[in-house]
Write a new protein. Structure first.
Length: 88
C-alpha cells in the first residue's frame, strides 16, 4: 500500500515575475525484504510529484528549476544568500 506525503516546500520565482511556492510530494511504498526471515516490511520513498500551491502541476527540470506541464511557465528556486534557510 502506498502513502503520499508532502516532503518539501520551496519558494520560487516564475518567468512571469511572480513568486510561487513549489511543493514536492513523495509516494512512500511498503516493500518486503528477502533478507529478513520474518518477511518484515519497510517503507521506502518512491515517485515524486511537484505542484504549485495554486494547483499547477510541474515537471522538474533540475534541482532548482521546474516547468508547468502545459509549458507556459518556468520556475526557479529562490536562494537567499547569507541567511539561514527557514525552519518548518
Amino acid at each position: 500500500m502506498a502513502e503520499r506525503r508532502r516532503t518539501d516546500r520551496t519558494s520560487t520565482l516564475g518567468s512571469d515575475g511572480q513568486s510561487y511556492e513549489v511543493e514536492e510530494y513523495t509516494e512512500f511504498i511498503n516493500v518486503g525484504s528477502h533478507d529478513t526471515p520474518t518477511g518484515q516490511r519497510e517503507t521506502r520513498p518512491g515517485l515524486k510529484d511537484y505542484w504549485t500551491t495554486t494547483g499547477r502541476h510541474l515537471n522538474r527540470i533540475d534541482a532548482d528549476t521546474w516547468r508547468t506541464v502545459d509549458g507556459g511557465l518556468t520556475l526557479h528556486r529562490v536562494i537567499l544568500r547569507g541567511k539561514p534557510p527557514p525552519t518548518a
